[in-house]
Design a binder for this molecule. Structure first.
Ligand code: ADP
Length: 871
């Protein structure tokens, strides 16, 4: 380091601690970046790269005042930025001014600006491997919300869970397996940071006190350590960690969340087209965020569900109250994030005015809720604390139209502080005095155009045009500045007043700043109340949103079935229905009970099988979050879990359309499902060859029927499986109807009992406008295959039902054709079985093997001859 200047040495020693961040190094009015940071930032930000110290050190910089924009750009790209400020007064500093990092801004810790989506939480998460599970702690620094949960899942599911939560940054232990880190960074594109444990301040220990096990506390601590290290401030607004008991909510594993498009669409990953989008009639940003949390955590407790439903019902019945409440909610700003900004010390006077206006709406909101005469709403109304003391303080202290800057005055109201009033009077009186001085000087000199003005450089001055200069009193008038056709003067008495005015103004601005900080400290004391109020208001907002959606969609109030019955009349898929003309949607009934627990759905591609299955799952989720259901009548049990699995051929989204993935996901569902779960299996088994797939599909169905008992909807294009209805007492066939009209398939989207007659695949291909020649050829081939099948149809039923009525999928035993597949009584197999391997020499074994192979090859030749002669 010897060759560097002291300042660069300082830079390098600070940078050493922030290797993974861009170091924004404060130099005067600029933040400068050096070395590799400069090379990289100049590219990312498209700013000019220069150098210093004779071209040895690459450098680039951004002005301090426009830095938020540049920092935002880097954060959006997933980088971190360490802000390094001067931490002593340059005027009094000896040698290089002391500098230090005051905050590290990272994608998961932004507090304001365009990067914060107002209707979504900005989560940072930390993941800690535990015994056979992973602990996940999440924090939204902008709202102060903290939670911990333990997932008994594999690493990929953990990644998917983080993705569906919308996590921006993941903290992992420093010894985390590199493969896992790689998956997080490269496949799921998270910003990943390694944790460094530190001793936490006391206030952060208390926010972990509800986490009862040491193991779970460790998960929270890892996250908090990172926040303390990067944010370098008190973090007063962080709320107590909530331990999310996964058993307290309906479990929807990350794959199913994606498949059901709960918060974003499968392919485009957009909110539009998801259940969240459909339900989002919330008025406040806080309500929007709570809605998302509710969708991800449907309830299991029937009392709480019923309560939500009755509130929604009240909101539907009392339209005018609801509309008034919606109007009031429009005036409520984001209390949670405002509280966060207060704690962070970056709140301005306008934010405080938003806070005041929000609070001023609370009393009338409480009245409206009381007026609705619902016990749940009455309780909620009583529990809301409008923080009157705080409203009064803000009303007395802060100007309605205060500027954004908190350093330029005009923030604090007159009458709030005597000293400030005195300064202001001095300044105002001085200005009045100056206005009258202008008049008296005009009279004294007889110059009618004489003016007294002020500018920042010269202060107050008397301006006289050149033609009038001979009229001034040269004894009193002291020349200050000469212009082209005027001269500017000062007089001793003007100078004296100027000093008084300027001093008063300077002092009043300083005092205003101090008073503002005092007010902000007062507001800080109300953070817990504000956070509680934010929660109460968000809940009301979500429930009124449910009422709006339920009313517009003509949903019905669902009934919770204690008998594990599903009875839906004229049910619809809420999102598909919304995306199309409502009258074009064909509603369908669903009927399942103890004797009808598995529905095998057949029907052509594009008929509506998936839509039908999903509508059952979405209706269940709607019920369990407390919303009405898109149907004329709906009775549903409370499901503990929902699993949705899509056959590999359909799951192209993640680029993971392998059969293995399909099977692993199915394994997961079968392992975790109970008789209180809902299973949707959509074309499972089609990612492999026909017989393989069909055999697997059948055994999966049998397994669910025999060992799990979960309510299951299984769609398949294997028509052969429909015979299972005779074998499995609780399985029934249903199909989605399609008809053929003038050679073209017409989808009726109507679900009926019984099996489908055919699969219409070629018609669908025709609809997709495959070349006519190709379609013609496919039709011809189909005819051939069908006539071939016709020949074998006689034994096709036997094929499925084996001996003693047991189901089996062995290849048909071909009587007329030489055996292609080795049957269990094949002579070669028999010989193999008889071999006494342990008493054979290697040479004998070799010879026997050779002979066996020869006999199979001969068999093949015979088969080839047979094929030739039959063509
Ligand atoms: P499948 O699973 O049988 O291949 P989908 O459920 O994916 O078919 O449905 C295909 C399309 O048909 C949907 O995107 C939707 O536009 C339409 N559709 C499905 N069900 C209905 C319905 N009940 N009423 C109207 N249109 C429907």
């Amino acid at each position: 380091m010897a060759e560097y200047t002291p300042m660069i040495k300082q830079y390098l020693s600070i940078k050493a601690d922030y290797q993974d961040a861009f170091l924004f190094f404060r130099l005067g009015d600029f933040y400068e970046l050096f070395f590799d940071d400069a090379l990289k930032a100049s590219q990312e930000l498209e700013i000019t790269l220069t150098s210093r110290d004779g071209g040895k050190i690459p450098m680039c910089g951004v002005p301090h005042h426009s830095s938020p924009n540049y920092i935002g750009q880097l954060i959006e790209k997933g980088y971190k930025v360490a802000i390094c400020e001067q931490v002593e007064d340059p005027k009094t500093a000896k040698g290089v001014v002391k500098r230090d990092v005051v905050q590290v801004i990272t994608p998961g810790t932004i507090m304001e600006g365009a990067l914060l989506d107002e209707k979504a939480n900005n989560f940072i998460a930390s993941v800690t491997p535990l015994h056979n599970s992973f602990g996940i702690a999440t924090c939204d620094l902008s709202t102060g919300q903290n939670a911990v949960k333990v997932l008994q899942e594999d690493w990929k599911s953990v990644c998917l869970e983080l993705q569906s939560l919308g996590v921006k940054e993941v903290i992992v232990p420093k010894d985390m397996n590199e493969e896992r880190v790689k998956l997080l960074e490269e496949v799921y594109q998270f910003t990943v940071s390694k944790s460094i444990e530190i001793d936490l301040p006391d206030n952060l220990h208390t926010i972990m006190e509800d986490l009862d096990s040491n193991e779970v506390q460790l998960v929270g601590k890892q996250l908090l350590s990172y926040l303390v290290r990067t944010q370098k401030r008190s973090l007063d607004h962080l709320q107590k960690f909530v331990f999310i008991e996964t058993n307290a909510y309906m479990k929807i594993d990350p794959n199913s969340k994606r498949n059901l498009e709960l918060v974003e669409t499968l392919r485009q990953k957009q909110k539009k087209g998801s259940l969240l989008w459909l339900l989002d009639q919330t008025v406040t940003a806080m309500g929007g965020r709570m809605l998302k949390q509710w969708i991800e955590q449907p309830l299991l407790d029937s009392k709480s569900i019923e309560e939500r439903l009755t509130i929604v019902e009240s909101f539907m019945r009392q339209f005018f109250n609801r509309e008034q409440i919606r109007e009031q909610l429009k005036e409520v700003y984001d209390l949670e994030r405002l509280a966060g900004k207060v704690a962070y010390g970056n709140v301005n006077a306008r934010d405080l005015m938003q806070l005041k206006r929000s609070l001023q709406n609370v009393p009338s909101l409480k009245d409206q809720l009381l007026d609705m005469d619902h016990p749940g709403l009455t309780d909620r109304s009583h529990n809301m604390n409008p923080c009157e003391e705080l409203t009064n303080l803000l009303d007395a202290a802060v100007h309605e139209d205060a500027p954004i800057s908190i350093r330029e005055g005009n923030i604090i109201k007159n009458g709030f502080n005597n000293q400030l009033d005195e300064y202001r009077n001095a300044s105002v009186n001085g200005k009045t005095w100056i206005a009258s001085l202008e008049q008296s000087e005009r009279e004294k000199t007889g110059i009618r155009s004489l003016k007294i003005r002020f500018n920042r450089v010269f202060g107050y001055y008397i301006e006289v045009t050149k033609s009038n200069l001979h009229l001034i009193d040269e004894q009193r008038y002291e020349r200050k500045q000469t212009l082209a056709n005027a001269e500017r003067f000062i007089t001793p008495e003007l100078k004296e007043k100027e000093d008084i005015i300027l001093e008063a103004e300077e002092k009043s601005i300083e005092l205003e700043y101090e008073l503002f900080i005092e007010v902000r400290e007062q507001v800080k004391k109300f953070i817990p109340q504000l956070q509680a109020l934010a929660k109460q208001i968000s809940e009301i907002d979500v429930l009124q949103a449910f009422a709006v959606v339920s009313e517009e969609g003509q949903y019905c109030k669902p009934i919770i079935s204690n008998e594990k019955v599903i009875r839906i009349e004229a049910g619809r898929h809420p999102v598909v229905e919304q995306m199309m003309d409502r009258q074009d949607y064909v509603s369908n009934d669903v009927r399942m009970d103890q004797n009808r627990g598995l529905l095998l759905i057949t029907g052509p591609n594009m008929a509506g099988k998936s839509t039908y299955m999903r509508q059952v799952a979405l209706s269940s989720i709607l019920l369990q979050i407390g919303c009405f259901v898109p149907a004329d009548y709906a009775e549903l049990p409370l499901f503990d879990q929902i699993f949705t699995r899509i056959g590999a051929a359909d799951d192209l989204a993640g680029g993971q359309s392998t059969f293995m993935v399909e099977m692993m996901e199915t394994q997961y569902a079968l392992n975790h499902a109970t008789d209180r779960s809902l299973l949707l299996l959509d074309e499972i088994g089609r990612g492999t060859s026909t017989y393989d797939g069909m055999s697997l599909a059948q055994s999966i169905i049998e397994y669910i029927h025999e060992f799990i008992g979960a309510k299951t909807l299984f769609s398949t294009h294997y028509h052969e499986l429909t015979v299972l209805e005779d074998q499995l007492s609780r399985l029934e066939n249903i199909h989605v109807k399609a008809i053929e009209e003038e050679g073209k398939v017409v989808f009726l989207h109507k679900v009926e009992d019984g099996k489908a007659d055919r699969s219409y695949g070629i018609h669908v291909a025709e609809l997709a406008q495959l070349p006519p020649k190709l379609i013609e050829r496919a039709n011809a081939l189909l005819k051939d295959f069908e006539s071939e099948k016709g020949k074998n149809i006689a034994h096709s039923e036997e094929k499925v039902k084996g001996d003693n009525g047991q189901l089996s999928f062995f290849e048909p035993s071909q009587q007329t054709k030489p055996q292609k597949i080795i049957q269990s009584d094949h002579p070669v197999l028999n010989q193999l079985k008889e071999l006494e391997l342990l008493s054979m020499t290697p040479l004998e074994a070799m010879n026997t093997l050779y002979n066996l192979q020869m006999s199979i090859k001969q068999g093949k030749q015979e088969e080839a001859k047979w094929v030739k002669s039959n063509n």
